[in-house]
Each structure stands twice: as C-alpha cells, then as structure tokens.
Design a protein. Structure first.
Length: 173
C-alpha cells in the first residue's frame, strides 16, 4: 500500500495516475476527495460532516470521523485481501491523521510518502483548477506534514508528477 499525503493542489492525484501507469501490477486508487464526494450533500456543508470556510479552512465533525473510520477499515480490508492500493490523502490533523491510518492498517506493509509543494505554487494551481476554496492550498501546504513520519518525500513545486512517481515506484517492493 502507498499513502500519499499532501495539501490541496500539491499534485497527488496526477501522481496517483502516473503510479498506476508505471507500476507493473494493477493498483487501485482511492482518495479523500472521493470519500468527501460520497458523503450525503448535507454533510458537505457542516451538519456533523465537513465544512469549508471562506478562508480555505476545513473542519470536520463527529459524523465525518465515524464514516472516515469505516472508510479506512474498508480500504485496510481490501489491502489485507491482497489488493494493491494507493491513497491520495490530506492529513489535516498531521500526526493524528497518520495515526488513524496506522491503526486501521496494522499489519499492512505501507509506503508513507510526503508530497510537498511550495504554498505559492499550490495556490496558483488552486486558482487554475477552479474547484477549490481559495486559500485552502496555502493553509494546508505545511500543516498536513506536522509530526508525520515518511519513508519518502517528493516535492512537486518544480518536479513533474511523472518524475515524482518514478521516485516512489523505485521504493515499491
């Protein structure tokens, strides 16, 4: 299993596609954006779910955490059943977020990858995407890495997704 952690607009999703193409075996891709999209609409505007502030801040409630725990357990079950999985994540809680994954993945071989990107570069990508709350990329650029321990780090500020994916693929057993 590979877990890519980085802030919004850091280039994780493109890297996942590159990894799926580069790695010799088939890898399933899951991401926190897909999890958020799967939530009932009312939970995407607060209501115990996830809330996106006008300043780019993100906060989550108890119902979000409960469903997140089930999502993590489901992905872990697939990995234990033999599926190769790459996850595109945003550790809003830094080390605490990684710990939730560690607990769910107990006994699973995981390559932890930090995806760094200069906040100015990420903010420019955020604007170009047009589907993110302005300010989210800059707010998340550093906080998602606080206290997180990685096996490998890549920086997408000036390195293309394909080159970063090649560096990650070289570490996959």
């Amino acid at each position: 299993m590979i877990i890519l952690n980085g802030g919004s607009s850091s280039g994780k999703t493109g890297m996942v596609r590159c990894l799926q193409s580069l790695l010799p075996d088939p890898w399933l891709a899951f991401g926190v954006d897909g999890f958020v999209d799967a939530l009932p609409a009312r939970m995407r505007d607060g209501d115990g779910g996830i809330e996106f502030g006008e300043d780019g801040s993100v906060s989550v409630g108890a119902d979000f955490r409960a469903l997140e725990a089930a999502w993590l357990a489901g992905i872990a079950a697939m990995a234990r059943a033999g599926a190769r999985i790459v996850v595109d994540e945003v550790f809003l809680g830094g080390a605490a977020s990684q710990e939730r994954w560690r607990e769910a993945l107990d006994g699973v071989d995981v390559l932890w990858v930090g995806v760094r990107c200069d906040s100015t570069v990420a903010a420019g990508r955020e604007i170009a995407r047009g589907d993110r709350t302005p300010g989210m990329a800059a707010q998340q650029a550093e906080i998602v890495h606080e206290g997180v321990v990685y096996d490998l780090e890549v920086d997408t500020s000036r390195t293309e997704s394909l080159e970063c994916a090649r560096a990650i693929a070289a570490h996959v057993r």
